[in-house]
Ligand binder design. Sequence first.
Ligand SMILES: Cc1cc2nc3c(=O)[nH]c(=O)nc-3n(C[C@H](O)[C@H](O)[C@H](O)COP(=O)(O)O)c2cc1C
Length: 215
Amino acid sequence: MAIAAPPRFDPAFRAQLAALFAWRRDVRRFSAEPLPEGTLEGLLDLATLAPSVGLSQPWRFVTVADAGRREAVRANFRACNAQALACQEGERAARYAALKLAGLDEAPCHFAVFNEDDPAQGRGLGRATMPETTAYSTVMAVHTLWLAARASGLGLGWVSILDPPTLTALLDVPRHWRFIGYFCLGMPSAQDDTPELERLGWECRSLRADQHLLR
Ligand SMILES: Cc1cc2nc3c(=O)[nH]c(=O)nc-3n(C[C@H](O)[C@H](O)[C@H](O)COP(=O)(O)O)c2cc1C
């Protein structure tokens, strides 16, 4: 039930929104400055506005404040990243080694995101033929949070170079939760409108959608 008149999104707002998309960035370089109390909670509340299949809201957020667990996550990242480096060949290996692929050492706030693959909420609607839609829904919540963080001047970095079973055990969550990603949140120490992987010559970004026209 609507409780307020719908807002009008004017051209100035749309321009700001486009700037938000353009300046979002995956952030791996943070100032260690702690976040004001309640910052993450405010962002998580906004994340719950994301769409979800059957309104299932299958996202599960786990804040990791404990120093021992954070160190164990870092150790897992180092091990997985070393394996990934070992898979790079020739000149790529040196390029890979030069990349900074997580802000786990500096970021003041760490959280993991899991997906409940078969939640009671939503009563199964919409996912009988595509069970993966619950995970898609959780990623929608991550993206909502990502943009909300950037709009508040914060940076978010997604860390996927981790072993999901290890993370699930380490963070003491129910075994049936599916690991979606680990996230670093904080004040970015630098800002840019170009992805870091592009600036470092790892990959080029296309600004044209891969669109196919069927006539
Ligand atoms: C599912 C997913 C997993 C990612 N995992 C990592 C990661 O482990 N480490 C990392 O540095 N960046 C990671 N990224 C960030 C991407 O590298 C980044 O989004 C891409 O280079 C484009 O840069 P931008 O987000 O600044 O536009 C991940 C992004 C997504 C969507």
